[in-house]
Design a binder for this molecule. Structure first.
Ligand SMILES: Cc1ncc(C[n+]2csc(CCOP(=O)(O)OP(=O)(O)O)c2C)c(N)n1
Ligand SMILES: [Mg+2]
Length: 925
């Protein structure tokens, strides 16, 4: 027998297998055998790398001659690491088994107890399938945070959370009360959040993961950001591994697999993914008619990853060794995942009958009982196989590694909805069959079925409970001095500390100097947009001695649009390879300069990836104790509505930094039309509790907000991030009136200009924000000159901040009815003014209307409700009825409504100002 793997020999010998792998039938077996023997000799004497080189050269030569190359890049359905290469297991298997059983038990008991008297839900089966995957990590690989190491970053599969909680309980990090309050976070003594939520458990969870796909993409960009930090000399990150645990079902999310080429390109060998292939998702099989492991293998290998498959447990080793004909390996390959699931549910006798389905295969398991057949484990439940894979992964250089592990969903869960059943994902209560007894009530039957199931679970995992003790599904914790508890503590101590664990201490930055911001205070000589003002501001702040190096501009292939190329030249674009070519614009002031120490992250057309980078950078204050300050600038329309869930996760992760919604406004971007014109991003941003939303009009407002933001987040340790809209319309930027406007800019509203024509009888308050402040000022002029109406124009920099303050005051007043009532800030600014309030912005009416209920007097909002379209700014503003003329008409109408003006004046104004009252409503067309 040749030393080559059996399946290679048999592949060329067996026409059936050849047909399966879509290879043509061998025309000359003798010649094939000679080639294979040569290959074998090369592997033996010169090693697999030389063999790979020769094969690749042969393939290239064949391709040049017109041969079709193999479509797939998959290997047999077997463990990647041969038994001979399996390392010795360094742990105490018996103690680790005991610990794992305790963790399994407590995780299961936590969900059961939570659901006994409530319907708060939870998941038993996901962690049950992944217990070995996490426990091997906890005992041998996951580094914890210590004085000398910030710890590995582990993205836990969200709905496996009962597992980490159960372990933390054994480690003494969580109390029994907390476990009892799983999913009941408002209980006295505190509860545990359903899933990883740093917002709710800030010293425990590092990153939120449960929205499928977000953990994977965040892990990729986190690993890359660690390289950025290292290369820019901001942190030592070489020793930090990023682990991501994914479900096989989760791999259907575009965010999971959409960015696989980046880590391969960047050679991120600090990244390890473990995909728990239990072949099931929520509803049923992931690929019932196929093989998810093979599909993923091809995909990852094609993207350039190192792939390690852990398919079969140790029990199979002997059987495969005796598989001289390759029949077993062939059978493993031809069975589809749906059939594998049936084997789990139907047991040993069924497997003997249907998997070992030929006399030859039946002979392979002749010596095994049905129970022993059922006990032939999948690789993911075998610590030796999982350990070998993790070790190979962390030692692998030059590529990220994915470990594809086959497991059983609901492993060890007895009874209805247990192991491998389609319903197992949703299981919250155990029930095993009991003998019929007509005298039992339904509740009694339920209790008995539960106890029966718990007994089975106890027996399978050898837990020391009597039957009577099981009634309540008690938690289990052995004596602190027991060998298993000591082992558990020692292993974590050896690895540096507990996992997961989030760093909650914060070291403030020195505040930035005022100089860079003051550059934006004077009036501009030439018209300028707020976007260019931001670029200018960045150019200054990035040179600031206190925070300059910490600024991380991030852009998804839109820098030209935003005028960023001078920053490319001055600060460089980060590229781990430096620049291997001469940029076509070399020597110009806007040179496309790439460098290993570049400061800017150019992410390409990838808003989700950019957002993941922003999250890595915006949480570095905690993860690495480095206060990097990310500014992610993007087309505002491709912001929240495109990556809204990542923005929500960012807030959960206590992310800090700036999101810059550029080319903002539904009428301002000019010409780009329906998909580009953003009339709602501030509204979406407002839905995120930690997001501070600003819509500045003038360059100096932008400077004040950015300075305030840096100080709030990085000096004063406020848990928030900022969303600012910036526009591409150039106009004259006025000088900052004086320091007195600073507070108003930050709090969201200040009086900008009052015009009171002599003898004016009527007065209105005009709120303008962002780019529409210009039309508001034009309206003020028309009102004064044509209609003799006095007005004050206010710059509304943040309706969100105004509303936040207003609801704070309203709530205080409502709950303290006898205390002196508080007035909200907006009311104070507008207090004492007469006349109606008219607001106009480049966003939907509901933005200013948010403030309406908290003001005296009626707020009449104009806005851009409806789809955008390609047109000039002027025509769009008329179409959406937000321009100066419409502001004037709205003001006159509001006065007439109060009886302060004749309605005929309004009708006449509509005519005089050229407005068509019969135009269709913009939100209908
Ligand atoms: C974006 C998103 N969609 C849907 C869900 C609901 N959900 C939670 S778990 C789950 C199934 C997960 O299957 P898989 O990834 O295979 O994990 P397993 O539990 O099998 O390990 C679904 C659909 C979610 N959490 N996030
Ligand atoms: Mg699954």
């Amino acid at each position: 027998m040749s030393g080559l793997p059996a399946e290679v020999w048999n592949m060329h010998a067996n026409p059936e297998v050849l047909a399966k792998v879509r290879m043509p039938v061998d025309q000359d077996p003798q010649e094939t055998a000679e080639w294979l023997e040569s290959l074998e000799a090369i592997i033996k004497h010169q090693g697999p790398e030389r063999a790979q080189f020769l094969i690749e050269t042969l393939l290239q030569t064949a391709a040049r001659a017109g041969a079709r190359l193999p479509a797939g890049i998959t290997t047999p359905y077997a463990n990647t690491i041969p038994v001979e290469d399996q390392p010795a297991f360094p742990g105490n298997r018996e103690l680790e088994r005991k610990i794992k059983s305790m963790v399994r038990w407590n995780a299961m008991a936590m969900v059961l107890r939570a659901n006994k008297h409530t319907n708060v839900g939870g998941h038993i089966s996901t962690f049950a399938s992944a217990a070995t995957l996490y426990e091997i990590g906890q005992n041998h690989f996951f580094k914890g945070r210590s004085a000398t190491h910030p710890g590995d970053v582990v993205f836990y599969q969200g709905h496996a959370s009962p597992g980490p909680y159960a372990r933390a309980y054994l480690e003494g990090r969580l109390t029994e009360t907390q476990l009892n309050n799983f999913r009941q976070e408002l209980q006295p003594g505190g509860g545990l959040s359903s899933y990883p939520h740093p917002w709710l458990m800030p010293d425990f969870w590092q990153y939120p993961t449960v929205s499928m796909g977000l953990g994977p993409i965040m892990s990729i960009y986190h690993a890359r950001y660690n390289r950025y930090l290292r290369d820019r000399g901001l942190a030592k990150t070489d020793d930090i591994r990023v682990w991501a645990f994914l479900g096989d079902g989760e791999c259907d999310e575009p965010e999971s697999l959409g960015c696989l080429t980046l880590p391969a390109r960047e050679k991120l060998d600090n990244l390890t993914w473990v995909i728990n292939c239990n072949l099931q998702r929520l509803d049923g099989p992931v690929r019932g008619n196929g093989k998810i492991i093979q599909e993923l293998e091809g995909l990852f290998r094609g993207a350039g990853w190192n792939v390690i498959k852990v398919v079969w447990g140790t029990g199979w080793d002997e059987l495969l060794k005796a598989d001289y004909t390759g029949a077993l390996q062939k059978r493993m390959m031809e069975v589809v995942d749906g059939e594998y699931q049936e084997y789990v549910v139907k047991g040993g006798g069924f497997i003997r009958e249907h998997f070992f389905n030929t006399p030859e295969l039946k002979a392979v398991v002749e010596h095994l009982s049905d129970d022993e057949i059922a006990n032939l484990k999948r690789g993911g439940h075998d610590p030796l196989k999982v350990y070998a894979a993790y070790k190979a992964a962390v030692e692998h250089k030059g590529q990220p590694t994915v470990i594809l592990v086959k497991t059983v969903k609901g492993y060890g869960i007895p009874g209805d909805g247990g192991e491998g059943k389609n319903t197992t994902h949703q299981l919250k209560m155990l029930a095993a069959p009991i003998e019929r007894d007509p005298n039992l009530s339904d509740d009694e039957k339920k209790a008995k079925r539960l106890t029966a199931a718990l007994c089975m679970f106890r027996d399978r995992f050898h837990l020391p409970f009597t039957d009577a003790q099981l009634v309540d599904a008690p938690f289990y914790k052995p004596d602190e001095n027991s060998p298993e508890m000591k082992y558990l503590r020692d292993r974590r101590a050896a690895l540096g500390g507990p996992q997961p664990s989030r760093n909650n201490t914060f070291t403030p930055c020195k505040p930035p100097e005022r100089k860079a911001f003051e550059r934006l205070y004077p009036a501009t000589i030439k018209p300028r947009s707020t976007t260019l003002a931001w670029v200018d501001l960045m150019g200054g702040v990035m040179k600031d001695p206190n925070v300059g190096k910490l600024i991380v501009p991030i852009v998804p292939d839109e820098g030209q649009t935003f005028g960023m190329p001078p920053l490319y030249n001055a600060f460089g674009i980060y590229n781990s390879k430096g620049q291997l070519y001469n940029p076509v614009d070399k020597g110009t002031s806007t040179e496309y300069k790439e460098s290993t120490t570049g400061q800017i992250l150019q992410e390409g057309i990838n808003e989700a990836g950019s957002m993941a980078s922003w999250i890595a950078a915006g949480t570095a204050y905690s993860t690495h104790s480095v206060n990097t300050i990310p500014f992610y600038i993007y087309y505002s329309m491709f912001g929240f509505q495109r990556i809204g869930d990542l923005a929500w996760a960012a807030a959960d992760a206590r992310c800090r930094g700036f999101l810059m919604g550029a080319t903002a406004g539904r009428t301002t971007i000019n010409g780009e039309g329906l998909q580009h014109e953003d009339g709602h991003s501030p509204l979406v941003a407002m839905t995120i509790p930690t997001c501070r939303v600003y819509d500045p009009a003038w360059a100096y407002e932008l400077a004040v907000i950015v300075e305030e933001g840096i100080n709030a987040m990085y000096v004063r340790n406020e848990e928030c991030f900022y969303y600012l809209t910036v526009y591409n319309e150039a106009y004259d930027m006025p000088a900052m009136p004086g320091e007195e406007v600073r507070e108003g800019i930050i709090r969201g509203l200040y009086k900008y200009k009052t015009v009171a024509p002599q003898g004016a009888k009527q007065e209105v308050q005009l709120l303008g924000s962002g780019v529409m402040l210009n039309d508001t000022l034009r309206a003020q002029k028309i009102l004064a000159e044509k209609y003799g109406v006095a007005s004050s124009v206010y710059s509304a920099t943040s309706y969100q901040q105004l509303r936040r303050d207003a609801i704070d005051c309203e709530r205080y007043n409502r709950l303290h009815p006898q205390a002196p009532a508080k007035d909200c800030y907006a009311k104070k600014v507008l207090g004492g003014t007469k006349g109606p309030i008219i607001a106009s912005s480049d966003y939907m009416r509901s933005l200013p209307e948010n403030l309406g209920p908290y003001l005296d007097g009626r707020l009449l909002a104009l806005g851009t409700d409806g789809f955008g379209r390609s047109e000039t700014r002027k025509n769009l503003r008329r179409f959406f009825e937000i321009d100066a003329e419409h502001i004037v008409i709205a003001s006159l109408y509001a006065l007439a409504e109060r009886g302060e003006l004749d309605k005929a004046v309004v009708a006449q104004a509509i005519k005089d100002l050229g407005v068509n009252p019969e135009a269709p409503a913009p939100w209908t067309v």
